[in-house]
Design a protein around this ligand. Sequence first.
Ligand code: IMP
Ligand code: MG
Length: 187
Amino acid sequence: MTSLINPYEEHISEVIFTAEEIQTKVKSMAEEISLDYQDKNPICIGVLKGVFFFMADLLRAMPISLEVDFLAVNNYSPDDRKHGFVRLVKDLDVSITGRHVLFIEDVIDTGLTLNYLLRNLRDRKPASINLAVLFNKPKLRFIDIPVKYKGFDLPDRFVVGYGLDHQEKFRNLPYVGMLKADSILDV
Ligand code: IMP
Ligand code: MG
């Protein structure tokens, strides 16, 4: 074992969900989704980059036939995000026409990004499309999006860890925590 000290620890003021709580939740979501999709060979789509920790744990806990693909998006600016302007910087590798799509997201906040992406995917005529979201921030939702598989509700606070970043850091924390106020610009 190494004795490295995690450089992120000093920036976290409060643990919101422990690694164990997250793993337990992800396993129970995986069980429910597996039962629903066991005969559907779903294509599981995630939006890079934040989702990859959740997606890796979720899909490894699903003992069914499935496929994986990714989208990547850029918001032109924080202001554009408010208005839902999203640019696809990586499209899917395969066609989803006639396929059962499981759309997987780490966090849903205003819902604008997701709303844009769902419209885009629905235009491709999948057989079905459902959403699995680990962290749901209900308070800021601008657009009502039906989430079939939900993990945790999150307070309307900025959190990091388990895929969620601040300036690309903290994604690899195994738990989710609040950043100290003075760490927000200073990591
Ligand atoms: P929205 O639902 O369109 O507002 O956008 C959600 C995106 O904002 C997510 O994919 C994250 O990249 C980011 N985001 C929202 N809340 C948080 C947070 O608390 N920590 C880190 N990133 C967040
Ligand atoms: Mg994201």
